[in-house]
Design a protein around this ligand. Structure first.
Ligand SMILES: NC(=O)c1ccc[n+]([C@@H]2O[C@H](COP(=O)([O-])OP(=O)(O)OC[C@H]3O[C@@H](n4cnc5c(N)ncnc54)[C@H](OP(=O)(O)O)[C@@H]3O)[C@@H](O)[C@H]2O)c1
Length: 196
């Protein structure tokens, strides 16, 4: 999408795991970012410098009211009509990117740049540096033990939340088992002090 300083970018599911990072990266590039979300997530988006707008009926009119000069680019991470909305708002197909609406990619020739375009050590290293420096954040909506993975997927399927849902995998204990002798060792007290 290559957002430039001064441009206005709209992110369709700005509070989602992908959208919340996409919006922050567009802000980093100097763009004004407007993101669709529920009321619950609006203050959280504002804290990241993203201007929230409620999704649902009337969104097109709300976006027109918020952008006197229109939108320059749209990042669609939700599907279900956001590409058509972007086109109706006059955004050029080459400035519309969807990671989920592949039918719209076929019909309208919009961009479909996703995981495959970002899977490089350079991109991951850049992201890691930004996050480690606190310049960008990865919000975690919930953490689940691996035993609860079914609930994690059920919650993902609701398509609501703020940021990522994380499954925690306990690291195996790779230390060699202690011998019986080692287990029985006890400190020995002597006039020189306690010895092991
Ligand atoms: N192609 C790729 O490379 C690639 C990579 C990763 C993911 N994906 C796909 O990209 C999509 C996004 O994944 P995700 O993990 O970010 O999140 P997701 O689970 O699809 O979306 C969650 C977000 O959607 C918002 N939302 C719910 N209804 C909405 C609506 N009607 N309009 C706008 N936003 C709405 C929710 O906001 P509220 O909680 O505020 O309601 C929530 O924050 C998925 O379809 C995923 O499969 C593609």
């Amino acid at each position: 999408m290559s957002p430039a300083p001064g441009e206005t970018v709209f992110v369709s599911a700005a509070a989602g795991g992908v959208g919340v990072l996409a919006g922050q990266l567009a802000r980093l590039a100097g763009a004004r970012v407007i993101g669709a979300s529920s009321t619950r997530n609006m203050p959280r988006l504002e804290a990241l410098g993203i201007e929230p707008v409620p999704y649902g009926p009337g969104l097109e009119a709300r976006l027109r009211a918020m952008t006197r000069d229109g939108l320059d680019a749209v990042i669609d991470t939700f599907g279900g009509g956001y590409v058509e909305l972007a086109l109706a708002l006059g955004v050029a197909p080459e400035r519309i990117n969807t990671i989920t609406d592949y039918a719209a990619v076929q019909w309208y020739g919009v961009q479909a740049r996703g995981n495959g375009d970002a899977l490089s050590p350079g991109v991951w290293s850049e992201l890691q540096t930004l996050i480690a420096a606190g310049r960008r954040v990865v919000p975690i909506e919930a953490e689940y033990p691996l035993e609860d993975i079914a609930r994690a997927y059920t919650d993902v399927a609701t398509r609501h939340g703020f940021g990522k849902r994380v499954a925690r995998i306990r690291a195996p204990d790779l230390r060699p088992p202690r011998s019986a002798g080692q287990q029985l060792r006890r400190p020995v007290r002597s006039p020189m002090g306690t010895m092991w």
